[in-house]
Design a protein around this ligand. Structure first.
Ligand SMILES: CC(C)(COP(=O)(O)OP(=O)(O)OC[C@H]1O[C@@H](n2cnc3c(N)ncnc32)[C@H](O)[C@@H]1OP(=O)(O)O)[C@@H](O)C(=O)NCCC(=O)NCCS
Length: 440
């Protein structure tokens, strides 16, 4: 069963029906119905009313997603939905360079007129059951608030950081780049930089593929309001052989009171190589009449702090960004590679049942893992590490962003054998901090 043609979940539909609400899929080929859904989603996120151009863009590029709404039966036929959710299947990059299909969940909104009546719960639970029925091992989302999704088994699995660099204090002290930076247009990047984005995203665990709609968002070519994009500038980085290896999209703000005091806001800095990152960072940090560079969605272990004459010129604000929910722990744990061999028994508690149970993860010298389901009371092999944890903690550990020992100290993972967390830390560690560099 494919994500786009899976039927609507009958349990959530019945529960909402009892409240006078209808849960249904939107036929995205029906322009009026899909436009009403897009308007409801924009309103839910306090966005501008979508322009005709924006609607046309979404109608073309987001139509393939599974588009679900909730309607109030007492509203007129054709009214906007009172709740929205959008889902699709996409690869997630994993430690070791492999990837796994995930059920991306986006556009979760409930109209202010219908909040706190259980609509979001029914939408989320229906998506998780549908993803599980489709055999997709993990659900993934980015969250507007950190308080919403833990109750559904999600946990932060990759972090991102917003950084501000005081360019009056810091001079570039990193290597000279081999290539050159050139001005370009967002449209040209949209046309030619997708492969660079794709190779950049594979450098980190935690990134999802940019579909057409997300790619346009990254290049700011998605027909959002002209006001939001008119100040954006685009540069590309070509290596010594002239090949495109990265790009940045930024705007320069401020300067009203003092023309020597501007701020650069970097919306995207995408680099397929370290050399491209060096070239783009240096260009941004050395812009004249600028005193601060702000960059969003950067890795928490960004090397740029080590490339400045004064590392205290960098202020970072890390936050939870990618939230995962494990639905099939066997497929999930077997998909990634590990940094050290281990035999690890995991007792996973999952109130929704999807990932519940005892399992043995055996990682060989090459870093490949196999998982065997065990009976709940099966003996734990004598030399195995042994942890007990919730499905949330499993998601927190999964990409290596948070060590098991941190969660043992936090009391959310239980070490059933002494030393188990340290062994798990060595196995789950990712070479670079996992990162998701876009919102979805
Ligand atoms: C977040 C939102 C979707 C919740 O919708 P809702 O239908 O009111 O949520 P529900 O009534 O189904 O609540 C489900 C549970 O989540 C909790 N909850 C809902 N919104 C919450 C919030 N913003 N913060 C903390 N808890 C929240 C409820 O208390 C309830 O808890 P319980 O079932 O464990 O008692 C809705 O408030 C909204 O549209 N917000 C603005 C857009 C947004 O932020 N969307 C999320 C995008 S990631």
């Amino acid at each position: 069963m494919n994500f786009s043609d899976a039927p609507i979940d009958s349990a959530s539909a019945a529960r909402l029906h009892a409240e006078g609400l209808r849960l249904d899929l939107v036929d995205t080929a029906d322009t009026a119905a899909f436009s009403a859904w897009i308007r409801a989603e924009s309103r839910g996120f306090y966005d501008d009313e979508p322009s005709e151009k924006r609607l046309a863009y979404m109608l073309e590029h987001a139509a393939y997603r599974r588009t679900t709404g909730v309607w109030d039966e007492s509203d007129a036929v054709g009214a906007e939905p009172v709740a929205t959710v959008s889902t699709w299947e996409t690869p997630l990059s994993l430690p070791g360079g492999s990837s796994i299909p995930v059920w991306a969940i986006s556009a979760v909104t409930v109209a202010p007129t219908h909040r706190r009546r259980g609509i979001a719960r029914n939408l989320l639970e229906s998506e998780l059951r549908t993803a599980h029925a489709c055999g997709v091992p993990i659900a993934a989302l980015t969250a507007s608030e950190a308080t919403i999704y833990g109750r559904f088994g999600f946990a932060p699995s990759a972090f991102a950081s917003d950084v501000t660099i005081d360019t009056r204090r810091a001079r570039w002290a990193g290597p000279a780049a081999s290539g050159r930076v050139r001005f370009t247009t967002r449209e040209e990047l949209h046309h030619s930089a997708r492969a660079v984005f794709e190779s950049a995203r594979r450098r980190h665990a935690g990134e999802i593929e940019a579909d057409d709609a997300l790619w346009a968002e990254t290049c700011a070519t998605d027909e959002r309001s002209a006001d939001k994009v008119k100040s954006l500038r685009a540069v590309r980085y070509d290596d010594a052989s002239g090949a495109l290896q990265g790009f940045a999209i930024y705007r320069v703000t401020g300067g009203e009171d003092d023309f020597t005091v501007h701020t650069v806001e970097v919306q995207s800095l995408v680099a397929a190589t370290d050399d491209a990152a060096n070239g783009l960072w240096r260009f941004l940090l050395e812009l004249d009449l600028v005193t601060a560079v702000k960059a969003y969605l950067r890795p928490v272990d960004d090397s740029v702090a080590w490339q400045l004459s004064d590392r205290r010129a960098v202020q970072s604000r890390p936050y939870d960004h990618l939230w995962l929910r494990v639905l099939d722990p066997v497929a999930a744990l077997e998909a990634r590679t590990y940094s050290a061999p281990i035999d690890l028994v995991l007792d996973v508690a999952d109130p929704n049942g999807f990932a519940e149970g005892r399992m043995l993860l055996s990682v060989d010298e090459s870093g490949a893992g196999t998982v065997t389901r065990l009976d709940a009371d099966a003996d734990v092999p004598a030399d195995a590490a042994h942890l007990a944890l919730s499905v949330n903690s499993l998601a927190a550990l999964y990409l290596g962003a948070t060590p098991a020992s941190t969660l043992v100290r936090a009391g959310t993972v239980l070490e059933r054998r002494p030393g188990s967390a340290e062994r798990a830390d060595a196995a789950f560690r990712a070479a670079e901090a996992p990162l998701l560099s876009i919102w979805f």
